[in-house]
Design a binder for this molecule. Structure first.
Ligand code: RP5
Length: 164
């Protein structure tokens, strides 16, 4: 694959199972990406440097996932004007509500586009949709994927109708 245009960051390797679907979705769409473990709290300088230099390295979108004291997306947004998508993870006894609030409630001036708790797939699709604004081939792949999703719902409906 060519140089990554999407960076998937997670606060811990223990987040990987929840975030693998984001990488799989980008791979399915042919979007070059990189997956990194970078923490807002445990490696603050390395994380800030990665975010600050992302644009010069060819990155276009960040996806940032964290579960405990989930400041990663905000910490990255503080260092770049590239779009940042936040994924709050259900990793604490509070079931992800704490991560959701920490990720979504950014102060004015520092936007983070926050998806649902454990919303890895939608984070990847949103990243692809941002890239597809200027990429017709990718826009076509996304439209085809939507059509396939609709076809499956209709097929499921047909398979159940009159049987349950
Ligand atoms: C967060 O704390 C990470 O993103 C992870 O969701 C959570 C727990 O991390 P570990 O203690 O499993 O490394 O920063």
């Amino acid at each position: 694959m060519s140089d990554p245009v999407v960076a998937i960051l997670m606060g811990s390797k223990s987040d990987l199972d929840l975030m693998r679907p984001a990488a799989d979705t980008l791979a399915e769409l042919g979007v070059p990406h990189v997956v990194r473990v970078l923490s807002a709290h445990r490696t603050p300088e390395v994380t800030a440097e990665f975010a600050r230099t992302g644009r010069d390295k060819g990155l276009k979108v960040f996806i940032c996932a964290a579960g405990g004291a989930a400041h990663l997306a905000g910490a990255v947004a503080a260092q770049t004007t590239l779009p940042v998508i936040g994924v709050p993870l259900a990793r604490t006894p509070l079931g992800g509500a704490d991560a959701l609030h920490a990720t979504v409630q950014m102060p004015a001036g520092m936007p983070v586009a926050t998806v649902a708790i454990d919303g890895a797939v939608n984070a990847a699709l949103l990243a692809a949709q941002i890239l597809a604004v200027s990429d017709a081939a990718l826009a076509k792949k996304l439209a085809d994927k939507r059509a396939a999703t609709a076809a499956k719902v209709l097929a499921d409906d047909a398979s159940l109708r009159g049987k349950v």
